[in-house]
Design a protein. Structure first.
Length: 295
């Protein structure tokens, strides 16, 4: 009983600390109004507990969503429900080339060289750039295809969606634990929305040395004891409790995860360039470029 009370107090303490930090860093009340503070408090306390204890509700088995190229959305829905993560699918290589050219305005190689120089100078191992979805008609066409919209609506159980896209470039560096936490290289889970999923697209080939994305399968369903706390945990605590899926794949690989399960980017020895798109139920903007839509 005492342990449960202690855990509850820790959850509340973590929630308050996180909200203060987010408000300072991202100015959430300016982007969403004062009510967003209560929404965030709810998400980071009651919602965590509800999701951990009652996350059993199945999505209707009779759903029908057509495939988008290789992406089989019925399979994605089933895998996200059961394991919290999908398998790897491949997009057409031409689409990846178009996305690279559109985002980097036809200066893909030189932009990376510049970004790498800046990171080395600033002693950083990861840079994240928000993507305005309008900037890439190819990416926009994928995200707003009928199949994607139908899947988002079914999985998020709402027609109100917030979308946030960013490009993340990681390079090797001798990073401290503090930096690893900041760069999402420790296992952690996200609770930015009541329901959420992430869609990743690799823009370069990612093997073990490039810091593949890793997911603790089934951790979106149940987190025992301390693991319910929304904090980064040492690898061993997660690897002892769950099976880890590592996403290694070619530069046109893409996959989906439920952000409520433990995940991270393995610290790289070589470079990794990945687009990450967050889809959240409800309208909460974390960044200026986040995009609201009703489907
Ligand atoms: Fe995350």
């Amino acid at each position: 009983m005492l342990t449960k009370i202690k855990l509850l107090l820790k959850i509340i303490f973590d929630a308050v600390r996180k909200i203060i930090k987010l408000e300072k860093l991202l100015n959430l009340t300016k982007l969403n109004g004062k009510l967003s503070i209560f929404k965030l408090f709810f998400l980071n306390t009651i919602c965590i507990l509800l999701k951990n204890n009652f996350n059993k509700k199945k999505i209707n088995n009779n759903i029908s969503i057509s495939n988008y190229g290789e992406i089989n959305f019925i399979e994605v829905t089933k895998n996200l429900e059961e394991d919290g993560c999908s398998k790897i699918y491949n997009l057409e290589s031409q689409k990846i080339n178009n996305i690279k050219n559109e985002i980097f305005e036809n200066e893909f190689e030189s932009s990376l060289v510049e970004a790498k120089k800046a990171m080395i100078k600033e002693k950083k191992t990861r840079s994240s750039f928000p993507i305005k979805i309008e900037k890439s008609p190819t990416l926009k066409k994928i995200i707003f295809s009928n199949q994607f919209i139908e899947f988002s609506k079914i999985f998020l159980k709402t027609d109100k969606i917030t979308l946030s896209a960013s490009l993340s470039y990681s390079i090797y560096g001798n990073t401290s634990n503090r930096e690893k936490i900041r760069e999402a290289q420790f296992f952690h889970y996200d609770i930015d929305y009541k329901n959420q999923f992430k869609f990743f697209i690799y823009l370069n080939d990612v093997g073990l040395e490039n810091g593949p994305h890793q997911y603790a399968t089934k951790s979106h369903k149940k987190k025992n004891g301390m693991l319910i706390l929304n904090r980064p945990f040492p690898d061993k605590m997660i690897t002892d409790s769950y099976n880890i899926k590592s996403y290694e794949g070619k530069s046109n690989s893409c996959f989906f995860i439920d952000g409520f399960g433990y995940h991270r980017g393995l610290p790289p020895i070589n470079e990794r360039l990945v687009i990450g798109i967050d889809f959240g139920s409800d309208f909460i903007k974390y960044y200026e470029n986040d995009y609201f839509y009703k489907v």
